[in-house]
Design a protein around this ligand. Structure first.
Ligand SMILES: [Fe+2]
Ligand SMILES: [Fe+2]
Length: 285
């Protein structure tokens, strides 16, 4: 099985500043003046060409498609991404897609058909089954105050979801897709205002219930954490796929090939000078 994992697209959409207030206004100005040029539209266009020329089974997008969850951002994002939105696409939300209480429903409105099937009556827990793998999407985001991008997984939802999957699909391996990291490259530790606040408890549950892979984004630099005694499953961060890379942001995305117990990985990124996607060394721990 071949998985393409991209994340944190932060697609640039021009908005009318006077229509924005509070956190949305600050968030938009921050993106527009500080980060928009780092996410040129050419990068996502080249990534989409690369994806469409690839032989893959599933495309995972682990959140942050937009910047401030504005409706125009969602509608533009859906248009831009249309070449890669199909039956093979599995998307979860990021904190930027749940930016305000007012627009909290827009992610589902625009991308609902690519989020998988609900497995609980209440709470975000969605699956897509492919061969002997189950992709489980959870939502670690909720609207936060200004300058706070932290997240949290609801432990009841996590435990219930894993119990149901273990009971009904005991032979299948679980690949958890969630926006926030549960481990950091030591060069990129996150502050309390950026991290998943209950990550230790989450790791404990994932360890006990034996997941196969954890795919995430949110920290805009790539890494792969191989399994060890403390965390006995592989963790892959593919953020930010659409950001130009520099010394402190080794951005790009991953191709993950699963064959029985083996996980083969390749990392790709957009090269500004050549204006194309090339393979780069893995950043592996
Ligand atoms: Fe992001
Ligand atoms: Fe994020």
């Amino acid at each position: 099985m071949k998985i393409i994992h991209i994340s944190d697209l932060h697609l640039p959409t021009k908005l009318r500043v006077f229509s924005l207030l509070g956190k949305s206004l600050i968030g938009y100005l921050n993106f527009h003046f500080r980060r928009r040029k780092l996410h040129p539209i050419d990068v996502i266009k080249e990534i989409m060409i690369h994806i469409n020329n690839s032989n893959y089974d599933i495309l995972v997008i682990s959140g942050d498609i937009t910047n401030i969850s504005h409706e125009k951002e969602f509608s533009e994002a859906k248009k831009i991404l249309s070449p890669i939105l199909n039956k093979k696409t599995f998307i979860i939300p990021g904190n930027h897609d749940r930016y305000s209480e007012k627009n909290i429903h827009l992610f589902e409105k625009y991308f609902g058909e690519f989020l998988g099937e609900d497995i609980l009556d209440n709470g975000y827990s969605k699956i897509k089954i492919l061969e002997d793998k189950i992709f489980l999407g959870l939502d670690s985001n909720s609207p936060t105050p200004i300058a706070n991008a932290s997240g949290k997984i609801d432990l009841e939802i996590l435990n219930k979801s894993l119990d149901i999957l273990k009971k009904n699909h005991s032979s299948k391996k679980i690949i958890l897709v969630c926006h926030h990291p549960i481990w950091n490259d030591p060069r990129h530790e996150e502050s309390i205002y950026h991290k998943m606040t209950n990550r230790d408890e989450v790791v404990q549950v994932l360890k006990e219930k034996k997941i196969h892979l954890y795919l995430h984004g949110h920290a805009h630099t790539n890494w792969v954490k191989l399994e060890d005694e403390k965390i006995p499953f592989t963790i892959i961060n593919s953020a930010s796929s659409t950001r130009l890379w520099d010394k402190t942001h080794e951005t790009g995305f991953h191709l993950i090939e699963l064959e029985n117990e083996n996980i083969k990985l390749k990392r790709f990124a957009y090269q500004k000078r050549e204006k194309k996607i090339t393979e780069l060394p893995l950043i592996q721990f």
